[in-house]
Design a protein around this ligand. Sequence first.
Ligand code: C5P
Length: 397
Amino acid sequence: MAKIALGVTSSVSIYKACEILRGFQKAGHEVQAVMTRNAARLVSPLLFSSLSGRKAIVDMFADDLPWSVAHVALAKEIGLLVVAPATANIIAKFARGIADDFLSTFYLAVEGPVLIAPAMNAAMFLHPKTQANVRELRSRGVEFVEPGRGYLACGDEGVGRLAEPGEIVARGLELLRRSESLRGRTVLVTAGPTREPLDPVRFLSNRSSGKMGYEMAREAIARGARVVLVTGPVAIFPPAKAEVVRVETAAEMEAAVLREFPQADFVVMAAAVADFRFAAPAGRKIKKPDLPDSLALVRTPDILKSLGGRKTTQYLVGFAAETENLRENALAKVKAKNLDFMVANDVAAEGVGFDSDDNQALLIDAAGAAAPTAKMSKRELSREIWDAIEKAHARRR
Ligand code: C5P
C-alpha cells in the first residue's frame, strides 16, 4: 500500500482533516501528516501524530526528523500528496514556488500526484488572485476537489466550504489507482517535428513544438509505464524518467520506432513527421548561385501507416492536425492507417494546437465514437487522452 502525505493548513475546517486521515488509513494506507505552523496553532500536532502513529511534521529544521533531508526523502516515499484543508496562502505559495516552510518546500520535491482541497471564505476563494493560482496549479497537473457552498466559519454563506472528507478520500484513492494504471506497460511516444535537410544548414520542417507528445510521455510515466520517447528537435526538456531517443529526419524516426515497436504495448504517434524530404540532399552547403530555381521533393515514409500494417498486440494511437472536417478526416485516417485511437486537433482554432500551451481535441476510437474535450493545458489534456485510451483499450480486450 502506498504511503500518503496529508498536508494540513490553518483553515477552521482543520478538524475534518482527522476524518480524511482516517479514511486513507481505512483503505489500508499509511499516512504522514505535515502541518503548517499556523495549523499547529489551531490544533496540536499531537492529535495528528496520535491518529497516524507517526510524528506529524511541522518544522523544517526539527532535529528529530527520521531522515537527513526530510522533504526530499519523504517526497520519494509517498505515492500521493493531499492538502486538505488548503488555505489561499498555501495555494498561492505552491503556485509561485515559494518554499518557506516544510509543506511548501516538500511540495516542490513531490513528483507524484497532488490533490488540493481548498477551504476559505467565499470572497477569498473567488478573488482573482486565488482563482489565477488555482488555474496555474491545474495547468501544471495538480488536481482540486472543489469546495462546496454553504455556511462558512466567518458567518458568510457561499462557496469555500471544504469538500466532504469522503469525497476527498475517494478522489485521493482514484489518483493513487491511476498512478499505477500503466504499470508493467511499455509506451512508445514520438514527438516534435522532423527536419529534412537540403544541406548541412538548410532544412524543411514544421511548427510542432513537441509539447503534446512530451506531455503524453509525462502522463504515461505518471501512470507507471516505461516510456521510450523518440523525439525530433525541440526546445523543451523531456520528462526525467523517459528513455529518450533523439532523431532528426523522418527516416531516422522510422528506424528508431521500428526498433522499439516489438516491445511496445502502446504507441502514441504525436510527432509531426514531415511529409516530404529533399530528393537529393547535399553533403556541403550549396552556394546560393548554385541553387536551382526549384527543388525536387519526395515523400517520406508514413511511419504510422506501416505500424498499422504490422501491429500484433500493440495499441496504436495517431494524432491528426486538421483545418476542416475534423471528424471525417480523422476517421478516414483511423481506417487508412489501421489505428485503434485518434486524437484530432483543429489547428485552425485560436490559441490551441501547434506551439500553444493549450489544446482541445476530438478523441475518436476505432469504432468511430468521437468525444470532444474542453480547451485546457496540454498537461491536463494528456490526462484526459490517457483516460480515454485506457478505457477504449479495456473495451477492446
Ligand atoms: O496523415 P497525417 O500526417 O495527417 O497523419 C498524422 C498521423 O500520422 C500522426 O500520428 C503522425 O505522427 C503520423 N505520421 C507518420 N508518418 C508520416 C506522417 C504522419 O507516422 N510520414
